[in-house]
Design a protein around this ligand. Structure first.
Ligand SMILES: Nc1ncnc2c1ncn2[C@@H]1O[C@H](COP(=O)(O)OP(=O)(O)OP(=O)(O)O)[C@@H](O)[C@H]1O
Length: 293
């Protein structure tokens, strides 16, 4: 169970670190409060400030800063501009990663097979980058994947919230059981790279309209739902979505010395005829909000 700290309340117009003028709060999680701010040293361009209380949240702050620095310049992560500690709070200044998947799914309910493929591919590419840097995300969920419409009209996918990330070796035995934690970890297996990928496949299946956490809509909660999901994922998806269970199957291989993602990239490339996984995500706009097809 997650303990949510009281959000850090800052009034619009307040200047942080003599530079960032607070605009509005965009969200908060179990350890941080996140604001949009204008960077007064850079033509008031908009940035994100992720604030957390020091020293209680320092471990998460440091893990997030370390991981974000390893992702600098990689398209699937917000860019970290700077980070600093003040008397009572820590602050990470980063780029805007847009809107979380859970919010977008409340409007669109499910995405087309093609868009699941494109978003799923970005997700897996982001995770593969982290893993190549020997970092595990460990907290991939529908609030920590975001989509953003860029100035050129294209949609980008981001992985955010790296505060729970950890070095991948030695693999960790952790006592995790959130909605998106892989069934293997719930059953006591050490947390490995594949467990990040499994959380990714749960997300892909939710985007596709099939809920991996309760696949037959039995309302039995995620542990039983995941057991059903893993017992025969192929049966739960239509033939045009058969690429999803193939990835689930790949994730079931554990204890490999070095995870080779080549089979995963091949699954994505051949999944949907005439659709390359890097092609543009399709959407419409209604009342200034993005609706993913
Ligand atoms: N770079 C960003 N761009 C846009 N919104 C963001 C960004 N980072 C965080 N947010 C928003 O703020 C919310 C809280 O951020 P985040 O999940 O990183 O907080 P946290 O305290 O680390 O959460 P957790 O409880 O999962 O550890 C997110 O759900 C998202 O809505």
């Amino acid at each position: 169970m997650r303990h949510f700290r009281d959000p850090i309340g800052l009034a619009p117009g307040l200047i942080v670190n003599k530079r960032y003028s607070i605009l509005n709060c965009v969200g908060y999680g179990s350890f941080s409060t996140v604001y949009k701010a204008a960077d007064t040293c850079k033509d008031n361009c908009e940035v994100i400030l992720k604030l957390a209380r020091t020293p209680v949240c320092d471990t998460k702050y440091e893990a997030e800063v370390d991981a974000l620095k390893k992702c600098s310049g990689v398209p699937y992560f917000p860019t970290i501009f700077e980070n600093f500690k003040l008397k009572t709070v820590t602050c990470i200044v980063e780029s805007d990663a847009g809107e979380s998947l859970d919010d977008i799914l409340t409007r669109s309910e499910k995405f087309s097979n093609e868009n699941c493929l494109r978003i799923g591919y970005s997700l897996m590419k982001g995770l593969a980058h982290l893993h190549n840097c020997k970092v595990l995300h460990m907290d991939l969920n529908d609030g920590n994947v975001t989509l953003k419409r860029n100035g050129d009209g294209k949609i980008s996918v981001f992985l955010i919230d790296l505060g729970n990330s950890s070095p991948s070796r030695p693999w960790k035995v952790v006592n995790l059981e959130s909605r998106f934690t892989s069934l293997a970890v719930i059953h006591g297996k050490c947390y490995q790279e594949v467990d990040d990928l499994t959380s990714g496949t749960y997300l892909i299946s939710i985007m596709s309209g099939m809920n991996a956490l309760d696949p037959l809509n039995t309302q039995k909660g995620s542990r039983q739902g995941k057991t059903i999901f893993h017992s025969n994922p192929g049966k739960l998806f239509s033939s045009k979505m058969s690429w999803i269970p193939k990835i689930v199957e790949f994730c079931e291989k554990r204890d490999t010395d070095e995870l080779d993602m080549t089979p995963v990239w091949n699954i994505f490339k051949t999944a949907v005829e005439n659709v390359h996984p890097t092609s543009d995500i399709t959407y419409s706009i209604n009342e200034n909000k993005v609706f993913i097809d």
